[in-house]
Design a protein around this ligand. Structure first.
Ligand SMILES: N[C@@H](CCC(=O)N[C@@H](CS)C(=O)NCC(=O)O)C(=O)O
Length: 218
């Protein structure tokens, strides 16, 4: 019944590792020897043909990719463990909405910032790709900001995998843009990073890689 999670410290598998930890799911972490922002070794393509992490192997051997899909799957597999609201509820609809929103809009935008050569055929086009991605990502964060201003979590009073996802993306965004107009997102990121169930995973992934020590102050 053991999961295998392929990640590299500081990359998107943080959110999956945090969710598995919250769920109490047994897992083995395969930490790839690769730095965030670089391309993975070609040999990893034999495990994930798209050559990205996170890659999760389920206990029956099924291979899963896509952070949002994995978070939703873990929430469904371990109901009541704080990864996501009960299926069929309005809170679950909210959970699905924001998890998918972050995958298709923000995470994808992060890739444009880091690997702009994939999004233009001209070398001189890369600076424009980065500039537009930074602007578009910030617009997406402003949409999220309205949801978290109340000081609670995306799906209400209880933290979920969607909040973990948002916190990770917000901490990354802090490296590329100013967060002055994202007070709610910043506060949520501190709350998630300082959550007792998440903090050890957060610190191992991010503390020595990010300029902000998330979770230490609100
Ligand atoms: N759509 C994927 C994106 C995953 C992704 O971009 N992962 C990065 C690390 S944060 C990666 O593997 N980068 C290597 C590459 O794209 O070559 C998801 O949502 O999980």
């Amino acid at each position: 019944m053991t999961y295998t999670l392929y990640n590299r410290y500081g990359s998107g598998g943080f959110a999956v590792e945090a969710a598995l930890t919250l769920a109490g799911a047994p897992f083995h972490l395969e930490a790839l020897d690769s730095e965030p922002g670089t391309v993975l070794l070609e040999s990893f393509r034999s495990i994930n043909p798209w050559n990205q992490v996170p890659t999760l192997i389920l206990p029956d051997g099924t291979m899963m990719t896509e952070t949002g899909a994995i978070l939703i799957h873990i929430a469904d597999t371990f109901p009541g463990e704080g990864v996501g609201p009960d299926r069929g509820t309005s809170e679950h609809a909210v959970f699905l909405r924001w998890t998918v929103f972050m995958s298709v809009n923000i995470y994808e935008g992060v890739l444009r910032l880091i690997y702009p050569d994939r999004y233009t055929t001209e070398k001189e086009g890369e600076a424009g790709v980065v500039k537009a991605a930074r602007r578009r990502n910030h617009e997406a964060f402003l949409v999220m900001e309205r949801e978290v201003q109340s000081g609670t979590f995306l799906c209400g009073e209880t933290m979920s995998g969607a909040d973990i996802y948002l916190a990770m993306l917000c901490a990354w965004h802090d490296r590329h843009d100013a967060l002055e107009d994202l007070a709610g997102c910043r506060a949520l990121t501190h709350r998630v990073a300082g959550h007792p169930g998440v903090a050890p995973v957060w610190q191992r992934n991010f503390d020595h890689r990010l300029k902000t020590q998330w979770g230490r102050s609100a």
